[in-house]
Design a protein around this ligand. Structure first.
Ligand code: SF4
Length: 333
């Protein structure tokens, strides 16, 4: 079965008064049906821009400048905004936005906000839509009385569940969850991750889980893409990436995770700052911070080296292994 989503050589730039910000550059990956892909990296590495671009919702002055996004065999990059709104957004791909409170309109009741796509896209009457909303609320573990409340009457965990119900209301095959557990306490975080796991199995949906927190991604993801400065630097099965990271950036990120059961030791951190994406460093973008930097890294951008089955790292340390320009095959679409 072909992947439900393929992204090929995607470039997203912001044309600001202070220069062109190359937020996402030459990003390629694929997503199978029922699969969870985790996208991880530091703040500002382009994760959220990548997510918005998949819905063609990049805020101005940003835009997709190059590349293809293929959803269910259809290239959406060339579609008009009206067509994307009518046929793709919320129906084929939807998003659980970062910060549940900001994603909800404070002046509408919960049910009215969830019902909107049903009324607009599916022609439901208000009564039919209300019934369907209650079902969706039940599915995410909320009772009917939540439907008639305003967002300020809900707890953080309830708001996050409402936002998930909203993303699922048209049963899209792909859901993007952008930092779905940020600002929630640990117990609620675990509940939300379990909920996503249950829904994924029940609905066989594909999820793109975006987080700066590798432990959140480890809970759910089948595959992981590690982003640094607008590019994917390592991509592969999550067990492989976590247990045998092959890119120095991934290795440093994993060392920076505090471990509860490990002996007490000084926490590791990656010295330096991510680069200014208006003028990223030449060669490997990680070279100013890399403990293994070589001369070549400062001049030439590494391709993806296949370091294991389906596991790729864009790092010159693996020169000699099979190399490719992107970690997925060209589709026929
Ligand atoms: Fe470090 Fe060079 Fe590999 Fe980049 S290519 S991660 S600078 S060793």
């Amino acid at each position: 079965m072909p992947p439900v989503l393929e992204v090929h050589n995607l470039h997203v730039y912001y044309y600001t008064l202070r220069g062109i910000v190359r937020a996402v550059e030459d990003v390629s990956f694929s997503l199978e049906r029922g699969e969870v892909l985790g996208i991880a990296g530091e703040s500002g590495c382009g994760k959220s821009t990548l997510a918005w671009s998949l819905l063609k919702l990049v805020p101005p002055p940003g835009r997709i400048t190059k590349g293809r996004i293929i959803i269910d065999g259809e290239d959406i990059t060339s579609m008009s905004e009206a067509e994307v709104r009518r046929r793709v957004r919320w129906q084929k791909i939807s998003m659980v936005f970062q910060g549940a409170m900001n994603a909800l309109n404070p002046v509408y009741k919960v049910w009215e906000q969830i019902a909107e796509p049903l009324i607009i896209h599916k022609g439901y009457s208000r009564q039919e839509a209300y019934k369907r909303v209650v079902e969706a609320l039940n599915m995410v573990g909320l009772s009917e009385d939540i439907a008639n409340r305003y967002p300020h009457e809900l707890s953080g965990g309830q708001k996050q569940r409402v936002v998930i119900a909203m993303a699922l209301i048209l049963e899209p095959p792909i859901v993007i969850a952008d930092e779905p557990t940020t600002a929630l306490d640990t117990i609620i975080q675990a509940q939300i991750l379990n909920l996503l796991k249950e829904l994924k199995n029940k609905l066989n949906m594909s999820i793109i889980l975006i987080s700066h927190d590798l432990s959140v991604i480890a809970e759910l993801a089948d595959k992981v893409a590690i982003m640094y400065a607008g590019k994917i630097v390592e991509y592969g099965p999550s067990e492989e990436v976590y247990n045998h990271p092959q890119h120095p950036y991934t290795q440093e990120l994993l060392k920076a995770i505090p471990r509860l059961r490990a002996p007490r030791m000084k926490l590791n951190y990656i010295p330096g700052q991510p680069p200014d994406l208006r003028a990223p460093p030449p060669g490997c973008r990680f070279h100013p911070r890399c403990p293994h930097v070589m001369d070549k890294c400062r001049k030439e951008q590494p391709p993806y080296f296949e370091v294991g089955p389906g596991h790729y790292a864009a790092c010159w340390l693996h020169e000699g292994k099979p190399a490719t320009e992107k970690p997925i095959k060209e589709s026929s679409a």
